[in-house]
Design a protein around this ligand. Structure first.
Ligand code: PMP
Length: 282
């Protein structure tokens, strides 16, 4: 397998990273996960614009343009002959003797990207998954897709330890998002999901969901909802690049609705599939 390190397409075994890379020592950097369907990237523009924005929010000006990165990632997919999978890419602030302040003068950022074959999560899409509830203890800049994922990792681990797929996080009474996904509920045919502010990552899949709801005449409300709204919801689903639109059928041991994926979620899944087909072919 080939990987990209700082603009070079090289064998994975040839990749070398410095032990004083700030991504490694401080989680000082940003990342993206992009889906590949049918050998083509899905919503690459949105992901790459988001990594530029995430970088900017932590004071990193990228030397690569969205177009440069798209070209590099396309070459990587072709070289590795990925048909169905994901690209992971991260950009750290670079290598510098360990010290908290940003290196001055600025050092070259470290860009790494690699691919992985990943199937679509068909059983989860069809049957749904279980979730736990978890107080959201993360910092207040969750809109940045940063490498600092310890809060998310610990939440996910708690879910997995409980035999569940995801942790639905809440700040007090307000539901924010999953540990690696956005959360939406359906009530009386209407979709409700937390608005994009500093408390959630504005997921690219979330944005696609809102877009297809527009096309499918499903009313949308982007505002915070509470734990009791969640409890009273007709349907609940999570959305993310790798998990797509996954129904949540049990929360904290209690069935959602009748415990089966609901009709509105299924409609959104079907509309989402059409978007994939339109951009990547079938
Ligand atoms: N929230 C968090 C905390 C995430 O880690 C992710 C997935 N990386 C998402 C939401 C969903 O984002 P996207 O749809 O862009 O994958």
């Amino acid at each position: 397998d080939y990987v990209i390190v700082n603009g070079n397409l090289i064998e994975r075994s040839e990749a070398r990273l410095d032990i004083e890379d700030r991504g490694y020592q401080f989680g000082d950097g940003v990342y993206e996960v992009i889906r590949v369907y049918n050998g083509k990237m899905f919503t690459a523009q949105e992901h790459l614009e988001r990594i530029v924005l995430s970088a900017k929010k932590i004071g990193m000006e990228l030397v690569y343009s969205v177009e440069d990165m798209k070209k590099q990632l396309t070459e990587l997919i072709e070289k590795n002959e990925v048909k169905l999978g994901t690209i992971y890419m991260q950009i750290s602030r670079g290598v510098s003797p360990r010290n908290h302040p940003y290196p001055n003068p600025v050092v070259p950022h470290t860009l790494v990207a690699y691919t992985k074959e990943v199937a679509r999560p068909i059983p989860n899409l069809e049957n749904g998954v279980k979730a736990i509830l978890k107080e959201d203890i993360r910092w207040l800049l969750c809109d940045i897709k940063s490498l600092n994922l310890l809060g998310n990792v610990m939440a996910k681990q708690e879910a997995v330890a409980a035999g569940c797929y995801e942790a639905i996080q809440h700040r007090g009474d307000t539901v924010t998002e999953g540990s690696s996904s956005n959360i939406s509920i359906i009530k009386d045919g209407k979709l409700i999901t937390h608005h994009a502010d500093n408390l959630i990552l504005n997921g690219i899949t979330r944005r696609k969901v809102l877009e297809v709801c527009g096309k499918g005449n499903i009313p949308v409300v982007e505002e915070p909802f509470t734990l009791s709204d969640l409890d009273a919801a007709d349907e609940v689903f999570l959305s993310s690049t790798t998990s797509e639109i996954t129904p949540i059928v049990e929360i904290a041991g209690k069935q959602v609705g009748n415990g089966q994926p609901g009709p509105v979620t299924k409609k959104i899944q079907a509309l989402f599939d059409k978007e994939i087909e339109a951009e990547c072919g079938s």
